[in-house]
Design a protein around this ligand. Sequence first.
Ligand code: BV8
Ligand code: ZN
Length: 233
Amino acid sequence: MLVKVVVLTGAGISAESGLATFRDADGLWQGHHVDDVATPEAFHRDPATVHRFYDDRRRELRSVVPNPAHLALARLEQVLGDELLVVTQNVDDLHERAGSRRVVHMHGELLSALCDSCQGRFAWDDDLGDAPACPGCGNDTLRPDVVWFGEMPYDLDVIERALVEADLFVAIGTSGAVYPAAGFVRMAALAGAKTLELNLDPSETSHLFDDARHGPAGKLVPEWVADVQALSR
Ligand code: BV8
Ligand code: ZN
């Protein structure tokens, strides 16, 4: 009997691939204040600093690879097909490089550029700091296609529909500090889903989950996927 599963991932699932998380000791927010690099106000105030922050992260993507947690979720998609949806807060492309196809980037993607003039979105794997021309309208108004604080996340309608239909909601490698993502466990639980947290340590919303397993995602996620595969045989 196939179950409908929604998996929410955060920076913790990419930590073992060598990408910094946000809040851990050596996290991204340590080097920069959120308000200096991840708000529309910061971008209008000082675009060069914001571009440097995202150009560095985009270039860093080339030096990392998916880890066993990403690969296990791609295997799970082979088993569950359309019954699985991965909703990620991450702007990296490691889920796709691991083979996952049913992935929603609610906070955008580093490998995409958004034009402030024509609102066009373009696959992009180069720097944006040197103000390249927009492929759509030619203006030099391209910005990182990421959702900054105060901006509306992408595909909330698709996500909310999947949450209310889910039999199982699993959060992996997320601190539960940023909304509306941190509220998804409540939405899924209210709709009758079972809820599971897989995280290095208890998150800020750990108390809202039916079940929680704590440890590195690279170990927990393959174990959990093996359990689901055994169940769905
Ligand atoms: C919005 C893109 C209107 C850019 C990001 C309600 C209450 C309070 C505040 C708000 C609220 N509603 C809205 C807000 C405001 C704000 C917000 O939440 N502020 C917080 C700080 C209080 N939210 C917004 O502004 C959002 N927009 O609300 O629009 C609206 C409202 C309702 C409905 C529609 C619209 C937009 C927020 C998006 C901002 N952009 N990213 C970029 O990447 O640079 S957020 C960014 O930070 C990430 O995308 C992610 O979402 C968040 C970081 O969280 P995590 O991914 O969880 O990472 P973190 O480091 O915190 O934790 C890592 C975890 O992994 C830890 O628990 C650690 O233990 C664990 N871990 C570490 N290693 C491992 C591991 N686990 C397993 N294995 C390991 N090896
Ligand atoms: Zn344009």
